[in-house]
Design a protein around this ligand. Structure first.
Ligand SMILES: C[S@@+](CC[C@H](N)C(=O)[O-])C[C@H]1O[C@@H](n2cnc3c(N)ncnc32)[C@H](O)[C@@H]1O
Length: 224
């Protein structure tokens, strides 16, 4: 993707998202980027897991703008969680696109702007500690090729929608993700399509439908 094929939009909660012309989709819900990320990934994922464990290893499929990573950092610091965060990305955004986003300004902490920039400027494939309890690594790696055994407690599945990238919603991908989870591991995503939930069940997940963020009736949480 070239930078020219990405444009900036403001969503209904006032937070920015990006539109990918190549895939014909936005990076977040048009009803609110931060609202959606908090609802799906932080509330239904991180907070849910944090009730059971203070040490959480997270895999994100689709690093994108880094919004989920940033919100996770803020939540982890607030709750004293120990987080190891690994994000996969195939088509990284440019720093000019990242700097145009209003996340750190609207979240209202000066200090997190530094962390947000560090997340984007860090070396691919090199873990970096942003605090004594937050270890971050982004990998320039395709989700289809991802293989790791029993390493994660929580997966943020944040690929573009099935209509835009059907290859990322195939059983083979979810089978690898299932293998990468530890026992009792959880996957959360904004998607609630029937075919997708059947795929999750087919590869071994137990599937739960939860109330979705604004503009979506449901979202999905699945366990190993
Ligand atoms: C919905 S956006 C992710 C939004 C992101 N989580 C955020 O907080 O901004 C989907 C992301 O998946 C990435 N992507 C597309 N194809 C991919 C692939 N084959 N493997 C890994 N990531 C991919 C896109 O470049 C994009 O950044």
């Amino acid at each position: 993707m070239t930078p020219a094929s990405i444009s900036l939009l403001t969503t209904q909660d006032g937070t920015h998202t990006l539109f990918s012309e190549q895939y014909g989709v936005t990076y977040h819900s048009r009803f609110g980027a931060i609202t959606e990320s908090k609802h799906v990934f932080i509330d239904a994922g991180l907070r849910y897991k944090a009730v059971m464990d203070r040490r959480i290893s997270i895999l994100e499929a689709g690093f994108g703008t880094g919004l989920n990573a940033l919100l996770t950092y803020i939540e982890a610091e607030k709750r004293g969680l120990e987080v190891k965060y690994t994000a996969l990305e195939r088509y990284p955004l440019g720093m000019d696109q990242i700097k145009s986003l209003n996340y750190t300004e609207l979240l209202g902490y000066d200090s997190i702007n530094t962390v947000f920039c560090q997340m984007h400027e860090s070396e691919w494939g090199t873990p970096q500690a942003f605090s004594t309890s937050f270890l971050f690594e982004k990998r320039l790696e395709s989700l289809e090729a991802f293989r790791e055994e029993s390493s994660y407690d929580l997966i943020y599945f944040d690929a573009f929608a099935p209509q835009a990238q059907p290859e990322l919603w195939q059983a083979s991908v979810f089978s690898s993700l299932f293998d990468s989870l530890r026992p009792e591991g959880v996957l959360v995503t904004y998607c609630a399509q029937g075919a997708f939930k059947r795929t999750l069940k087919q590869v071994g997940f137990k599937v739960e439908a939860l109330k979705g963020p604004p503009g979506k009736r449901e979202m999905t949480r699945a366990w190993k």
